[in-house]
Design a protein around this ligand. Structure first.
Ligand SMILES: Nc1ncnc2c1ncn2[C@@H]1O[C@H](COP(=O)(O)OP(=O)(O)OP(=O)(O)O)[C@@H](O)[C@H]1O
Ligand SMILES: [Mg+2]
Length: 582
């Protein structure tokens, strides 16, 4: 796991190595200063040698300056390396997520991916910075100070060893206990994020159903959970500081007491006592730091695991070795296709589908909600792979095409399509980056979107807000159809894409399709019979199986489901705007 993460350090390797080295230099300088101090006091102040004071004082300033510089440089490189790692991690994850199939994304959920890209990466960034700066510094500082203390006076210094052992053991237990809680907290963040994400992105629905209170309670619960866990964890950690203080002061008292006796008996100098006291602080502080590093590291392992899961996820769909780059025509064939969303599910969503659609045909698809209409068409542009059988486009299995080439030729207007923030032109050019203004306007004319765009004061330069919230449902659908048309696809699939468009306009769009893009194979999923009845053939789906396939007349004569839907929609109870049909 750590290998996966370390690979992402890449261009920040130098900064990552420089940081601990600078920290080491800082430690060396830091250890030297109390030693020089002792020399000033003993050989300078006590002996009345001013020259010595100046000389060693000068040295001290140099040491302090080098220490300062090294500390700053270490801090800078540490920040650079950790921020760099975070950037690389985010970049790699984002790139990798782009290769994910719909099935991969289903597995992680959008909220999960967002948390991993943000909170988890931030955790790793903090832990990495702490590690670079402290992993080397803290033990080095402790060892240096201990060595110095022992050279000055081994008997007194042994008190530190006892203190280190004592504090070390207690810290170990405290930290072990606290980490358990910290680790519990992170999965709870997912819950919190999911709650926020779902609520904020669907705030309109929440308000429409007056569910604010329910949602607030849900959020409060998630947030309360995190609060409780953190309080528990901190309750443990809180003992660290007083414990540390207690140990430090005990040591100081002991050293002062024993040291004073030694000074009286002339086996220790005042300067030496002073530096010993400073080292006491250094040693115990380092121990404390080290324990904090361990807390951080164990806290971040959960995040590291979650990030690696994304980075190591293999996309279900991949391009073949020698892909076909061009779709020859718009014919579609299904041969004994079975499909299910999860590999281990019992009941397939689609069962034994056999179809033969000629290039340029217009096919209507109808069926009850959940009859797998959307699932069927998602196989054509290879948004999912079939479980059994094969899907052919232009005479070749869809798996033989380069995915980009295939999807450029098979344009799908998804059922729950969205627009992105940007102008109308920007949104249209998602379909085709090179499209000229004229081509965009032409596509909008075909999709009957030009009528309402002209009423906007800024026309095609009108800004669309995130998700397309500032246009009506029907307007959004028409823009989505125009966007798909701009690809000039060989196959155009409209999944319930005109459901919010009035029947008259719907008919107009279909007529435009028939007259202006006759060579494109068109698959139209609809709930209204009127939207499909003039298609060349109509496919009736029922619970993932083909129930009927033929012209309007044939189906009306021979298909019970089709006839029933037709009758219910024409003789009252159907679409109220049916009468407007042109
Ligand atoms: N991403 C998914 N993961 C798992 N199951 C799914 C997924 N999408 C759809 N399903 C299931 O597959 C079945 C067929 O769904 P599908 O969306 O194809 O129906 P549909 O005919 O398009 O319905 P509608 O008319 O409501 O759009 C349903 O039972 C649904 O629960
Ligand atoms: Mg659907």
């Amino acid at each position: 796991m750590f290998q996966t993460l370390l690979k992402e350090v890449r261009e920040y390797k130098r900064a990552s190595i420089a940081t601990p080295l600078f920290m080491l230099l800082e430690v060396l300088m830091e250890t030297m200063i109390p030693y020089l101090m002792a020399s000033i006091i003993d050989k300078g102040v006590n002996a009345g040698d001013l020259g010595h004071i100046y000389r060693v004082g000068g040295l001290m300033i140099v040491a302090a300056a080098i220490g300062l510089f090294a500390g700053m440089a270490g801090g800078r490189y540490g920040a650079k390396a950790s921020a760099g790692l975070a950037r690389n991690l985010r970049g790699s994850m984002f790139d990798h997520i782009q290769t994910f199939s719909f099935a991969n994304i289903d597995k992680f959920s959008t909220a999960g991916l967002v948390t991993r890209l943000t909170t988890d990466v931030t955790n790793i960034q903090n832990a990495y910075q702490m590690m670079l700066r402290m992993m080397m510094r803290a033990p080095a500082s402790m060892v240096c100070a201990l060595v110095m203390a022992f050279t000055i006076n081994a008997r007194l210094a042994s008190i530190y060893l006892v203190a280190v052992l004592f504090l070390g053991v207690i810290l170990f237990f405290i930290i072990r206990h606290a980490t358990r809680y910290f680790r519990m907290a992170f999965p709870k963040y997912d819950e919190l994020n999911a709650s926020v994400q779902e609520n904020v992105s669907a705030i309109r629905v929440v308000k429409a159903y007056v569910r604010e209170e329910h949602e607030t309670t849900k959020f409060k619960k998630a947030s309360e959970n995190i609060y409780r866990i953190f309080v528990k964890a901190e309750h443990n950690v809180i003992f660290n500081a007083p414990l540390m203080q207690f140990t430090v002061y005990t040591c100081i008292i002991l050293i002062s007491w024993l040291g004073a006796k030694m000074i009286v008996s002339d086996t220790l100098t005042t300067g030496e006592l002073m530096s010993l006291l400073t080292y006491c602080m250094n040693i115990l502080m380092s121990l404390m730091m080290l324990s904090m590093v361990f807390v951080m590291l164990s806290m971040s392992t959960a995040s590291a695991e979650r990030i690696c899961e994304v980075l190591n996820e293999k996309s279900d769909l991949s391009d073949p070795e020698n892909p076909i780059m061009e779709v020859p025509d718009g014919s579609i064939a299904f041969h004994h296709v079975d499909f299910s969303y999860k590999k281990d599910s019992q009941e397939p969503v689609l069962q034994d589908i056999n179809l033969d659609i000629h290039s340029g045909e217009t096919i209507g698809i109808i069926g009850a909600t959940g009859s797998a209409k959307s699932s069927l068409v998602s196989l054509i542009s290879r948004l999912y792979d079939v479980s059994a059988g094969e899907v052919l486009v232009g005479g070749h299995n869809v798996k033989e095409y380069e995915m980009e080439a295939l999807r450029n030729q098979v344009s799908v207007v998804l059922q729950n399509n969205v627009l992105f923030s940007g102008t109308i032109y920007d949104n249209l050019r998602w379909g085709n980056l090179q499209a000229t203004d004229k081509e965009c306007q032409e596509a909008c004319r075909l999709a009957c979107a030009d009528e309402f765009i002209h009423t906007f004061p800024q026309g095609y330069d009108t800004r669309i807000e995130q998700g397309g919230n500032n246009v009506s449902g029907g307007q959004k659908q028409r823009l989505c159809v125009a966007r798909a048309l701009l690809k000039k696809p060989k196959i155009l699939i409209l999944d319930d894409s005109t459901s919010a468009v009035d029947t008259a306009t719907d008919a107009k769009i279909r007529r435009a399709f028939r007259e202006e893009i006759p060579d494109t194979t068109k698959l139209i999923i609809a709930q209204r019979i009127s939207s499909v009845q003039d298609a060349d053939r109509i496919l009736v789906l029922e619970e993932g199986r083909i129930n009927g396939f033929g012209t309007h007349k044939e189906l009306l004569a021979g298909n019970a489901i089709y006839r029933e839907v037709y009758e219910s929609q024409t003789k009252g109870g159907g679409d109220f705007d049916e009468k407007k049909e042109v």
